[in-house]
Design a binder for this molecule. Structure first.
Ligand SMILES: [Zn+2]
Length: 321
């Protein structure tokens, strides 16, 4: 009798389990076929705390109450509170679609929901806001706003010694601690990227401008030259900031142009004169031709803004370009 009840209550869970196993075997079969995997040395495993999908039959949202009800193997659990921002709640209420993934990470339960937000029509920009990405200042705009990297860099600096020690230990608990610490660090950087990208997009929308961003494909090499051990984290963080700006701009109908960053740091944003000596040090720009002086990052951002204007014209009139 009990068994019958369980089957009636959890058919979709059973389906998800079957689907998950079948998907895993499909993947492995493809890998074996492509000689990428030896099934004897690397069998399929399922982690106890792996993400589990829940569809609307198993999980219902009471967004105004910030609560969910969820079917579990112990029955229905009602009124489970969750935390999110007002903006996230608005998105969930209006655009949530499909399955949500339940994940347990660092002792926290997370629900990952997908929201399918339609893009707003892009407003014809009256000028461009240029954004320069860097290390001391993570993002500098052509208006002169500098978003400092101090907080993120301080956390990374503080953690570096700890990470080295944990890495050397090679025990299971050290590995776990290292993973947790890295995740906390990544979360911190992500929150900051959300704040910065929001400010940048809001400023562009408020002033009726588009956003010009340097094309990031070359950034890895450029950053690696300076600080090899930090390169990957920064590269990853830059790409995240770029993608946050892109989706927030799309949502707000703000035009976005990626520009070639070559010589943007050495060129004068007032007269166009390009010279290495325009940059006497990391922070200063002073044109050897016209005397224009500005913070180096702001000058770079102004050049990026100018290329944004040209890039937009080329997008709009491809034949003329
Ligand atoms: Zn100049």
């Amino acid at each position: 009798m009990k068994f019958v009840v369980q089957v009636r209550l959890f058919p979709t869970h059973a389906q998800h389990v079957i689907k998950k196993v079948a998907d895993a075997y499909t993947t492995v079969r493809a890998q074996v076929k492509a000689k990428l995997r030896d099934p004897l040395t690397k069998p399929i495993g399922f982690r106890k705390d792996a993400a589990q999908p829940f569809d609307d039959r198993c999980l219902s949202w009471q967004i105004p109450d910030r609560a969910i009800s969820i079917w579990t193997v112990h029955g229905r659990m009602k009124g489970i509170r969750f935390g999110c921002s007002d903006e996230q709640a608005r998105l969930l209420a209006a655009y949530r679609k499909g399955e949500s993934d339940l994940v347990r990470r660092d002792g926290m339960w997370l629900l990952i929901a997908t929201c399918d937000v339609p893009d707003t029509d892009v407003t014809e920009p009256g000028g461009f806001l240029g954004v320069d990405l860097g290390i001391a200042s993570i993002a500098t705009t052509s208006d002169g706003t500098r978003h400092s990297g101090k907080a993120v860099n301080a956390v990374r600096h503080r953690n570096r010694e700890l990470h080295r020690r944990l890495q050397a230990k090679r025990t299971k608990s050290a590995k776990r601690l290292l993973k947790r610490s890295r995740r906390t660090e990544a979360r911190f950087a992500r929150d900051l990227n959300h704040v910065m990208s929001k400010r940048i997009v809001t400023e562009a929308a408020r002033t009726g401008r588009g956003i010009a961003l340097e094309d990031l494909s070359g950034i890895r090499d450029r950053v690696r030259l300076r600080k090899p051990q930090r390169a990957t984290l920064h590269t990853w963080s830059f790409h995240q900031l770029g993608s946050f700006i892109a989706y927030k701009a799309a949502r707000a109908g703000v035009a976005l142009v990626h520009v070639d960053p070559a010589y943007t740091s050495q060129g004068c944003s007032a007269c166009g004169h390009v010279d290495k000596r325009n940059r006497p040090d990391q922070e200063t720009f002073c044109c050897t031709s016209c005397g224009f002086a500005e913070h180096a990052d702001v000058n770079t951002a102004r050049n990026i803004a100018a290329r944004g204007v040209a890039g937009w014209a080329a997008v709009m009139q491809p034949d003329a370009a």
